[in-house]
Design a protein around this ligand. Structure first.
Ligand code: AKB
Length: 336
């Protein structure tokens, strides 16, 4: 007998760990999938499968063992790592997503209930053509500048479109009506966690700068001081995922929503870090190629649609994020 469950892929990643922590009590049974093991403290909360979303055997095992009501598909190779291995990124980021969309489509048909498929997309789907255009258009809304400049950005935009296809058009030539999956996506800015360090992204300079300062290590920032993008505290990212998942389908007017919190330059980020770690040694040593990627991302994104349609609002603005979430928890992490 298949067990009803909630699935989290990429569960050992930054968002994954925060989401497992949050869902541990409320969502049972919880099934987690990742190439890595879950950290000891989290592994007791789920049935963990070690494997890749791009492996057909892994997806077939999940299909046979569980009936999923909701899937948080977080597994992804982030922008910098994906640029270093584009084909591998495509295989995992898009190929793996299609295997999971197919699983959700089949289970929606079998149960007659739409499986909810929650997908974290990214500011990386945007492609600002140059710095003048970026400065002249500080808050990108969902339907503009969708010309990603990275493999990762292309992957995220492709899965947004594929998800909408599976939710609205899948098997449209078939005679009989069918129950389709319920696809919902969020475009996240750079995320900052006090408990984990980023791996393989290009917005990583922010969290790396802060964690290095807290750990008493010098840090050379790989982007220019004027580089500006949006960021969000990890608890708000989890809040957004749960908020979108809980929204009644009838209030949603699009499948992909921007969500944002605060936008600042790398220099402003450094000044914010100095407030709590005045001894920090933070310099700038721009990496022209990675700089080129961040320069195509908007300074901020317009999340008016998410606020209007399903009441999105972040808990943490810049000051609260640093003073109430990041600094107290990071201090604990590096002093205890
Ligand atoms: C990355 O830098 O690749 C991610 C993102 C902005 O989606 N953190």
């Amino acid at each position: 007998m298949q067990k009803e469950a909630v699935l989290i892929t990429g569960a050992a990643g930054e968002i994954g760990q925060a989401l497992v922590e949050q869902l541990a009590e409320s969502h049972k049974p919880l099934v987690t999938l990742d190439l890595q093991d879950l950290p000891v403290g989290l592994s007791k909360h789920s049935t963990h499968i070690k494997g890749s979303v791009a492996e057909k055997e892994v997806i077939a095992f999940l299909q046979d063992e569980f009936t999923f009501t909701r899937i948080y598909h977080l597994a992804a190779l982030l922008s910098t790592k994906a640029e270093r291995a584009p084909a591998l990124a495509y295989e995992g980021n898009v190929g793996g997503s299609v295997l999971l969309l197919e699983l959700a489509a089949r289970q929606s048909e079998q149960s007659g209930k739409p499986v909810q498929f929650i997908f974290p997309s990214s500011i990386a789907i945007y492609g600002m053509p140059d710095l003048r255009t970026k400065a002249a258009n500080p808050r990108a809304s969902e339907d503009e500048w969708n010309q990603p400049a990275t493999m990762y950005g292309c992957n995220k935009l492709a899965v947004e479109h594929l998800g909408a296809y599976y939710a609205q058009r899948y098997m449209q030539l078939a005679n009989e009506e069918r129950t389709r999956l319920d696809f919902r996506a969020l475009r996240f800015p750079g995320l900052i966690s006090a408990l984990t360090l980023p791996t393989g992204g290009t917005s990583d300079y922010g969290p790396e700068m802060l964690h290095a300062a807290a750990n008493g290590e010098p840090y050379a920032c790989f982007v220019r001081p004027d580089t500006t993008i949006a960021f969000m505290a990890m608890p708000d990212a989890v809040k957004a995922l749960l908020g979108l998942a809980a929204a009644p389908a009838k209030v949603l007017k699009r499948t992909a929503y921007n969500v944002s919190s605060f936008s600042l330059s790398a220099e402003q980020f450094r000044q914010q870090v100095f407030k709590s770690f005045p001894q920090a040694q933070i310099s700038f040593a721009p990496d022209a190629k990675r700089q080129g990627i961040v320069d195509t991302w908007p300074m901020d994104i317009d999340d008016g649609a998410a606020r209007r349609d399903w009441g999105w609002a972040p808990e943490f603005d810049l000051q609260r994020c640093f003073n109430e979430y990041l600094v107290p928890n990071i201090r604990k992490r590096y002093t205890e």
